[in-house]
Design a protein around this ligand. Sequence first.
Ligand code: TXA
Ligand code: MG
Length: 366
Amino acid sequence: HTQLWTISPDQPYAAIYEQVAGAAALLAADEAVVIPTETVYGLAANAFSDDAVAKIFRAKNRPADNPLIVHVADESQLREVVEGEISQREQQLIAAFWPGPLTLILPRKISVSRLVTAGLTTVGVRMPSHPVAKAIIARCGKPLAAPSANISGRPSPTCGAHVIGDMMGKVAGIVDGGATGVGVESTVIDCSPEIPIILRPGGITKEEIETIIGPVTYAQELHSNERPESAKDVSALSGHVPRAPGMKYAHYAPKAPVTVVEGSPQFLQSLVDAHHQQHPTSKIGVLATDESRGQYRADVVVTCGARSDVASIARSLYDALRQFDIATPSVDCIYSESFSTDGLGAAVMNRLLKAASHQVVREHHQ
Ligand code: TXA
Ligand code: MG
C-alpha cells in the first residue's frame, strides 16, 4: 500500500511544511518515499540507515555498485555527512549554486550508510531548491539519499504520472508536486583533482561553473563516449537497421531502440523512409522539436520542446521519451533529432545518447 499526497510547490513555505508531515514521518520511520525536486523526482530514504536505503535499491531494481546522492536542507546537515574541511573552490560553488542542481563529491562521514556510497570513501551531496523537497528534508530531520525515482534503465520521472506509473505499490509513499523544473538531473562534480571533473553534465552548466572557479573538464567526451565507432557515415547506411532491443543495457531508454540523427530534418525523414521501405510493417517514431515537427511523416511524432530554447528541451526530454512507450500504435524504433552540446545541451545530449546506447547516424556533408 502506497500513500499518495499532492502538494503544490506554489504555496507559502509554512503551508508546504504543514502538508509534508505524513511523508516526513514515513521517512523518519526509515521508509522509502518518492519526493519532487527541481531536477527530477527522487526516491528518498534516511541516508544513515542501511535498512531504509536497502528499500531504495529494491524498489528501483538498482545495481548495488551505483552510489546515491544525499540531499540536505542546510549547512548543518552537510556537516553530518561530510568529513573534514570543504575546500575554497567547493565553498564557492556552494555559495553560487546551492540550493540547486549541483552535486559535490566530498569525503564521507562513517555514519553515512555504506549502501549509499557503494563502498566509496566519498559521498555525493546536494541541497535541492524545490520547496517541497526542502520542507520534507527539514521536517524529517535526516539527510536523505535519493536517486532518480524511475525503475532502473527507464527515463527519469519528471511529473506525478511518471512516478505513479513506476513506483505505485513499491514504496511507502509518493509526494506528487507536479512537473519538476529543470527536467534533467543535477550536475555531478568532483573538485578534488587539480582541474575539477564533471562526472555527469546536468542542470548547472560547465560554462556557469567555469565563471565561478575557472576551467573544469568532462569525465568523458560528450559526443564520443563509450562507443565512438557507432557514429556511422551516411554512405555506410544503405543497410542500416537499429540494434535489436535489449541487446545492450541502456540508460534512460524507452522500450523501442533509439537512433540519434545528426543532420537536417530532410535527412532524418530519408532514414525513416528507407527504414519503412525495408521493413514495411514496422512502426516508426520520430523525436522532433516544435520547429520541425510538421516536416515529418512517421507513425508517431513526438516533440520535446523548442530547439530555440534548450531549457524547454531539458524540461520535456524524459516525458517525450516516455511518450513513445504509451503511443498508439506502439513503435518499433525511434529516430531522434540531435542538439548542440553548449550549455544545458550537454546534459540533453548526454541523456539522449545514453537512451540511444550511442547509436548515432551522421549526415554526410560534401
Ligand atoms: O538531480 C539529481 O541529482 C537527482 C535528484 C533526485 O536529486 N538524483 C539523481 O540520482 O540523479 P541518481 O542516483 O540517479 O544519480 C546519482 C549519480 C550517479 O551517476 C552516481 O554514479 C553519481 O551520482 N554519484 C553518487 N555518489 C557518487 C560518488 N561518491 N562518487 C562518484 N559519483 C557518485
Ligand atoms: Mg538516475
